[in-house]
Design a protein around this ligand. Structure first.
Ligand code: MG
Length: 388
């Protein structure tokens, strides 16, 4: 049994400049996950992937990594979906008794679904995975902008078509000439129907979704984050802490904001404890080390350094690793300056460095309340949430 993974589409609705099969889902693209899911099935012997001609080279690398020794070929697709599928089917070895066609936008297909389609196609000639309909389905009439129900459709007569769709070799050989003709078909099963074959329906699964809209992508990424077996997390949290003593003769810089007429903070850099705590929080969340490792205070390069610039540099690394800031919460403990008075300037300054908006940043000032050990210092706690 071989599978054709159809990724020939140029659908850019989701990702703007990138066709949807190349968008990332956790640590891999949607395409790689679909290819890997098919190759992982014990029932599947080989995988053929069909991709846009312009993406052939890159896709070969991804498909080889995802399918391993089960990869048969990566071929260029055609104008219509059916032309792409036909190109894939021609690359399948002729001794394949049953061939499945699977949409690359369905990365959550399971071994169970694949097995059911193979068994039904081997037996009856053609089969399709489909999800049952659980909602009540209404037929809607529409006139002059008004919509009303004019019937209730029995839901046990309905199914939502999924892939894989499977075909026995003799059925496939009959389908291929029509597939490459002028007749337009929406999916392979409808072509088999058109040729008079009975297409058996087997249970798919509601999780075997087709990623079509931005909402689908968000839900799919969330599903990955909640299930370690699927791959990488979609959220991570980091904690940062710093404290610096006040010292005469230094400029006071808090979160990149210069506060005039106040004693500054001691330190090798400009002493900006707020920036240091945040740098540790975002680096920690991304698993990229800490501020002391990136900008050691033994290195003269960082003497009197602008800590807001260091934060910007660190956050660029976090962005490069695929993360953006979800939100940041700060507690700043000191007698002076009054944090409430500079909070808005602080949030604006930090938002600039963290490539976000001030509404995602919270700053809370606390006074030491007579705790002697804290009298002469600024102490900062920061918690950062990163998302992808
Ligand atoms: Mg520090």
């Amino acid at each position: 049994m071989d599978v054709v993974v159809a990724a020939g589409g140029q659908g850019r609705r989701l990702g703007g400049a990138v066709a949807k099969q190349w968008l990332s889902l956790g640590d891999r693209t949607i395409f790689e996950r679909s290819v890997a899911a098919c190759a992982a099935s014990s029932r599947v012997r080989g995988v053929v992937a069909v991709v846009p001609a312009a993406d052939l080279e890159a896709a070969r690398v991804l498909a080889a990594a995802a399918a391993g020794s089960k990869l048969i070929a990566v071929v260029a697709g055609g104008e219509r979906r059916q032309d792409s599928v036909a190109a894939g089917l021609r690359a399948v070895p002729h001794d394949a008794h049953v061939v499945l066609v699977h949409d690359a936008a369905r990365p959550f297909v399971t071994d169970g679904i694949i097995g059911r389609v193979i068994d039904a196609a081997a037996h009856g000639g053609a089969a399709i995975a489909a999800a049952r309909v659980h909602d009540t389905v209404k037929h809607i009439a529409c006139e002059d902008g008004q919509r009303w129900i004019d019937g209730t459709i029995p839901r046990d007569e309905l199914a939502l078509a999924q892939t894989p769709q499977g075909f026995r070799r003799d059925v496939l050989d009959a389908m291929l000439p029509v597939m490459t003709s002028a007749v337009d078909v929406t999916d392979e099963a409808s072509l088999a129907e058109h040729l008079g074959h009975r297409v058996e329906v087997v249970d798919g699964h509601p999780d075997n979704v087709k990623i079509t809209t931005e909402d689908d992508l968000v839900r799919a990424r969330r599903a990955l984050g909640n299930d370690g077996a699927h791959g990488a997390a979609t959220m991570r949290i980091g904690l940062g802490y710093d404290s610096h003593r006040f010292a005469d003769g230094r400029r006071l810089v808090v979160g990149g904001v210069h506060v005039p007429d106040q004693a500054g903070l001691a330190g090798h850099s400009d002493g900006d404890a707020v920036c240091h705590a945040i740098t540790d929080a975002v680096l920690g969340a991304a698993g990229l080390g800490d501020v002391g490792g990136l900008f050691p205070d033994t290195d003269p390069a960082w003497k009197d350094a602008d800590s807001l610039a260091l934060l910007r540099d660190a956050f660029a690394r976090v962005r490069a690793a695929g993360w953006r800031l979800g939100n940041l919460d700060l507690v700043v403990i000191c007698h002076r300056p009054k944090i409430g008075r500079i909070a808005d300037a602080l949030r604006a300054s930090l938002a600039g460095a963290l490539d976000t908006t001030p509404d995602r940043i919270s700053v809370k000032g606390k006074t030491p309340e007579g705790t002697a050990a804290l009298e002469d210092a600024m102490i900062v706690h920061a918690v950062a949430l990163l998302e992808r």
